[in-house]
Design a binder for this molecule. Structure first.
Ligand SMILES: Nc1nc2c(ncn2[C@@H]2O[C@H](COP(=O)(O)OP(=O)(O)OP(=O)(O)O)[C@@H](O)[C@H]2O)c(=O)[nH]1
Length: 390
């Protein structure tokens, strides 16, 4: 990508939203724990979200079910509705991430299914150190086989190390374990990865919203608007079905509560970080925008949390966009009014007097600034319609 290219000459330059790096989520877990099953579930329930997938082989991905649209090239497959899938070994990962993150594909999120024997720390290190400005590390999801938990830990002590760096743990195969065993495992997980949310599932059926924002099927391009986030949260919170394209049988939507918070006033960065640091383990996902209004930091801060993983992405406000904070909080068993009360307490009536160092806590979680909307595009065809789009 070359951001120093001159802008294309045009009388009426199109208004473009800021381009944000694509989150890359690592899906890890011991052999047979259910990673591919979970990935298939995500692919089948992604709404209009465009998912880039990196797997070790295509064997177990339900490519047929996804209606393959055609080969994109090399070992990449374009799946109907906007998924891309590629099969790689470790050494090729960088190259494939570069391909998947090419603007022409308009991918919203990339999921890497790590091999059952992979060290997720290595992958995280590689992603964090990546010089590809189009991607950012988006968190580690560790899949645990409830039926094999003890045996796996006994044979593979490294499992504990993997759990310690997880942002979200999926306790899978709950259908194969007794309730008492599940309770004991949940306690052991709480000790192994304190504060990390643990989501119970069978056949990997978790709410995809825990990992990424699901676009409505009708939306095929552009950035996800906050209205979309709100409407998606409403859909999942109310357990309503989407447009009929998806089979929601057995989905976990109804298990999750969603809480919306809007503030016309700025939020105090220290109090907000304190709120995030203390967020309950059942609060799996937070997304939205925050206005801090601290001198020198008046940008819009997109906030993105998956489990314990937290990222802020600063970017410009849209023209005429009101300076306000808007958040959607999704969790299980969370106390909505209490969360709202805590967020109310983060309001800051005089942000202009806040010292710049009050932003340090936030800046710890900033990867890199988003490219401003008025900077030249890296590629001329970024928003060209996809001929494969239905
Ligand atoms: N009973 C039960 N079986 C499951 C569940 N999840 C996955 N399985 C089965 O477990 C087996 C392994 O699942 P995969 O999704 O292939 O596991 P994986 O982690 O991708 O496996 P590797 O790629 O070998 O590491 C398959 O036969 C799945 O159908 C579950 O929740 N309950």
């Amino acid at each position: 990508m070359n951001s120093s290219q001159p802008a294309q000459q045009s009388d009426q330059p199109p208004v473009r939203p800021p381009v944000q790096p694509i989150p890359v989520i690592v899906l890890s877990g011991f052999l047979g724990s259910g990673k591919t099953t979970l990935l298939n579930h995500l692919l089948g329930n992604r709404g209009g979200t465009r998912i880039g997938v990196v797997v070790n082989d295509f064997g177990s991905i339900e490519i047929d079910a996804m209606a393959v649209a055609g080969q994109v090239g090399d070992s990449m497959v374009s799946l109907g509705g906007g998924c891309l899938c590629c099969a790689v070994d470790g050494s090729e990962l960088d190259a494939y991430l570069e391909k998947l993150s090419a603007p022409v594909h308009r991918i919203d999120v990339i999921v890497i299914e790590a091999s059952g024997l992979a060290e997720p720390q290595e992958m995280i290190r590689m992603l964090v150190a990546s010089e590809n400005p189009a991607i950012r590390y988006g968190g580690l999801v560790q899949v645990v086989d409830a039926a094999e938990f003890d045996a796996t830990r006994a044979k593979h002590p490294e499992t504990d190390r993997h759990l310690a760096v997880a942002d979200l743990v999926v306790l899978n195969k709950t259908d194969r374990a007794e309730p008492a065993a599940l309770t004991r495992i949940a306690c052991e997980l709480a000790a192994l990865c304190p504060g990390t949310p643990v989501v119970a599932a069978d056949h990997g059926r978790i709410d995809p919203e825990l990992l990424f924002d699901r676009r409505p099927w009708t939306e095929t391009r552009g950035q996800l608007s906050f209205e979309d986030l709100i409407s998606q949260a409403r859909e999942s919170g109310a357990g309503e079905e989407d447009s009929g394209h998806e089979d929601h049988t057995g989905h976990a939507h109804t298990l999750y509560d969603s809480t919306e918070f809007v503030s016309e006033q700025a939020l105090n960065p220290r109090r907000f970080i304190d709120f995030l640091d203390r967020r309950p383990a059942g609060l799996y996902r937070i997304k939205g925008y925050v206005h801090f209004g601290v001198p020198g930091h008046e940008e819009r801060y997109e906030v993105h949390a998956v489990g314990r993983f937290l990222r802020f992405v600063p970017g410009p406000w849209g023209r005429g966009e009101p300076r306000r904070s808007q958040l959607v909080l999704i969790g299980a068993g969370t106390d909505g009014p209490a969360l709202l009360g805590e967020l109310e307490a983060c309001r800051e009536p005089a942000p202009q007097h806040a010292p710049p160092e009050s932003m340090w806590g936030v800046l710890r979680y900033v990867d890199r600034p988003a490219r401003p909307a008025d900077e030249p595009e890296p590629e001329p065809h970024e928003f060209v319609a996809d001929p494969e789009e239905p």
